[in-house]
Each structure stands twice: as structure tokens, then as C-alpha cells.
Design a protein. Structure first.
Lengths: 186, 186
């Protein structure tokens, strides 16, 4: 599931538009981490921006503040157990990559890694907004590169060929919804 | 589908957590409007806050700036055609309530109406953040009351009993995903 092709920046909002849960990966110096974030959304089309909530108590928060970079990874249902695991533990207590067998690939424009088993990846550089970060734990970033698994997202369209490829939406307490039937409104 | 029961404020984030598309309703003086917004997310648990992107060119933007209030309505698939219609036209050009047969109910704490055919409603008061609004079209608000259709969301859990009750996720160009299968990760 790790073949990937570039996604045009102007279409990268489509990777988040339907509200899937994300994995936030980050790195600084010799430290790196990955956590889950349901509270992420597109903020602009072109140049593309995103907004994401990163709790001040997380290791991820420190790595993003130090590096000014992160990746929003869109996981497939096949790795839902890992999404829950990395969302339930702190990177201060455990190396989540080793503990949960989370593989990575290098990103192209940021130091944070791309996470294996995802179907889309948005490489992001923080637009510093100290007030939002401090008061709301809210980070705004520009998307500087984007990728998708080409059999799952191509030419601006999602095509899920099996259950394991589907994106997922977090509810609470370990419960998710898979992305469901596609339909056209009139 | 318009029976509704209050949702505890501390659980109201669950109405948006899985990333459904929303309808933003607004009112000021004798004007009111409704538009679609896919870029909305929870921002905090308790007191609950939300973030939503409202384009500066919309009638809704003016009504929200004047009143400091709006409602985030979570539409069911049964009204997907109306969601697309109110997302495709400006309230400056047409009374969308009359043109598309969009019914309303009064809210409890804000002047903006609750939209018929939805399964959840979050009444919101804007927390003024001029810089975010001007630079990013981003509005932050506190949820001051929340409601759900009790057969669809009750005690913090979603239960969709038929296709028409499902929440929906916007892709682009009139295409949506229905909320899909619920599952537990381990």
C-alpha cells in the first residue's frame, strides 16, 4: 500500500475534505513521533492550508514547535489498530514506531516521516500563529507537498477497491466509521 | 426526522468528530440564510468549541459578523440534494429556504434557525478573533446548546437505522460519501 504518486497541490484539500482521521508525524533532531488527530481540516485551496489541533501536553507538540513541520497522514482501515494505539500512548513513554511496527518513508520537503499503510500524505510547514497555538492548541500550516496511493486516489477522485483501503473516521473509545458509499446529489 | 433531544455540551464534539459535512444557518434582523460547509471541526471538549471556515464573499459571513451567532446543522443523507443546492447558490440571489423547501425550527439560545432534516444541531456563539477571520476566513465559536435526533444519536452513540438517516461527507462536484460501517479497533 506504499506506492505513492504526487498530488497536485491545488487538489490536496480533497485528501481531507471528507473528514477522515489523520496521523500527525513529526521529527526534530534525533527524535520523532506519530499521534492520531481527528481534529484536522482543510483551510484553503491554493496555496493549500490546513488547520489541526495539537494538545499542548503531547510530545508531538514540542517536535512541531521546534521544527515548524509535520505530516498529516491519512490512514487506511487496514491499520486502524495502529491508529488507535498511537492515539492512546505518549511518545514520551514509548517509541511508538518500534512498539507498534509503524513503518515510515522519507518525506520530500519536511523532516517528519510519511507513515506506511496510509493512502494519502500532506507535508506541512507551520504558519506561526502564537495566539492560536497557545489559546486553542490550533496550528495552521501550508501544504508544501502531497502524495496519494495512486490506486486509491487519482486525478482528484477516491476509489476504494477493498475494505482495507478505505479511509476512516474516528468516533470515540476505539470506535471508527469506515468511509461509506459514494453517491451524487442532484 | 425533526424530533430532537438535548445533547450534553461535553458530548457535543461527538456530533462533528467523524467529519460530516455541515449546514451553517445564520440570521440577523429580518435576514437569514443557510449554506453548506465541509470545513468545520471540533476545537475543544468542555466548554465545547468549534472552528469553521466561512468565505468572506458569502451572505452568511455578513450575518454571522453582525449577529455573532450561527448554528452548525449536521444533515442526513435524505436531504443531500438540498445540501448541494444551498451550497451552490448565494443567499444574495435567492431565498434558499423558499427555493429549496428548507424548513426550520427555532433554536434555544441563538437567533439562527435549526434546519429540518438534520440529525444534529450545534448552537454557536462566535469568540471574536479578528485576525483569523480576516486572514483565514476562520471562525471560532463556543457551542452553547446542542441537539440530536434521539433515534440517530443518543447517550453519546450514533445509530443509523436506514440509509436516509446517515450523516454525509462532502468530496467535490456534487459527490458525497455516506458514513459507512462502524467498527472497533483493538
Amino acid at each position: 500500500m506504499n506506492r505513492r504518486e504526487p498530488v497536485e497541490l491545488s487538489k490536496s484539500y480533497l485528501l481531507l475534505n471528507h473528514g477522515p482521521v489523520t496521523l500527525v508525524s513529526s521529527a526534530h533532531g534525533d527524535k520523532r513521533n506519530v499521534m492520531a488527530a481527528a481534529w484536522a481540516m482543510p483551510l484553503d485551496f491554493d496555496p493549500p492550508k490546513v488547520a489541526v489541533v495539537i494538545d499542548s501536553r503531547t510530545l508531538t507538540r514540542g517536535l512541531i514547535e521546534a521544527s515548524g513541520e509535520f505530516v498529516l497522514n491519512v490512514p487506511a482501515r487496514a491499520i486502524a489498530d495502529k491508529v488507535l494505539a498511537v492515539g492512546s500512548q505518549s511518545g514520551r513513554d514509548v517509541d511508538k514506531f518500534a512498539a507498534y511496527g509503524v513503518g515510515t518513508m522519507p518525506a520530500s520537503k519536511v523532516g517528519a516521516p510519511l507513515i506506511d499503510g496510509c493512502v494519502a500524505w500532506l507535508e506541512c510547514k507551520v504558519i506561526p500563529e502564537a495566539h492560536n497555538e497557545k489559546r486553542y492548541d490550533l496550528f495552521i500550516a501550508e501544504v508544501v507537498a502531497a502524495w496519494s496511493a495512486p490506486d486509491v486516489f487519482n486525478n482528484g477522485r477516491w476509489s476504494f477497491h477493498d475494505e482495507g483501503q478505505k479511509t476512516i473516521h474516528y468516533v470515540a473509545g476505539g470506535t471508527f466509521f469506515a468511509t461509506g458509499e459514494e453517491f451524487e446529489a442532484k
